[in-house]
Ligand binder design. Structure first.
Ligand code: VGL
Ligand code: ZN
Length: 220
């Protein structure tokens, strides 16, 4: 697969301690994305490519936390709280300034050109790197990429069924050729079947799955 590095951006989604083993919202084997992501980022950097890292960045008492809704438990689902789809309630995670919100220490930050933080408003959640969960509030990433003439986005990170999925769907809807890294994503898997449904919706949206070695070999 050919990657014209001047028109391609790598987006590393939420590779933060809270989504890795022992984190507050640990994704099974979440740290396994680090090897392929770091290798690809290094390949991009070698050719002067754009590498963007995103971070879930919630204030204490965030609307997506079960603890903010007296008596609710993580995994409960509430309708109509952020204007978009039903909201899954999560354990407190990625609280601004906390250790859990830091990027995993093995994530190679030297190649990262831009960090996008999202979900920083108390009453609005954000899975996507492009739009918050009201589906209207932009993060600015689309404008950034388009201004630079980026045509292809490559996505990896955490979690397959939430932030990677929503970011990939928004990237495709914005007109980018969208590639998700088959070996550099891991999912939450809640509710049951969510990872399988995520891959199916990506496929329906014309999103391509490819492995990091396939892409590294194609960088020009
Ligand atoms: C995420 C659940 C809640 C993610 C973020 O990064 O996929 N999932 N907040
Ligand atoms: Zn979150």
């Amino acid at each position: 697969m050919t990657i014209d590095i001047s028109k391609t951006a790598l987006i590393e989604i939420d590779i933060q301690n809270d989504f890795c083993p022992a984190g507050a919202l640990a994704v099974d084997k979440g740290d396994e994305v680090l090897g392929p992501i770091n290798a690809l980022a290094e390949g991009f950097a070698r050719y002067g490519g754009r590498v963007i890292a995103t971070a879930d960045w919630h204030p204490a008492g965030h609307v997506s936390f079960a603890s903010s809704h007296g008596g609710r438990k993580p995994g409960d689902i509430l309708e109509g709280i952020t204007g978009g789809d039903a909201q899954v309630l999560w354990p407190d995670h990625c609280v601004q300034g906390s250790g859990g919100a830091e990027f995993h220490k093995a994530l190679e930050m030297k190649s990262v050109n831009l960090i996008i933080r999202k979900g920083f408003r108390k009453n609005l959640d954000s899975y996507s790197a492009f739009f918050e969960n009201d589906r209207k509030t932009p993060t600015g990433l689309e404008g950034y990429l388009k201004f630079l003439g980026i045509e292809t986005v490559v996505l990896g990170g955490l979690a397959t069924d939430y932030c990677v999925l929503y970011s990939a769907l928004d990237a495709a809807a914005a007109g980018f050729r969208t590639i998700v890294l088959s070996d550099a994503v891991r999912g939450v898997g809640f509710p049951a079947g969510s990872v399988e449904r995520a891959f199916a919706s990506m496929k329906d949206a014309g999103i391509v799955l490819a492995s990091s070695p396939e892409l590294i070999g194609g960088i020009r």
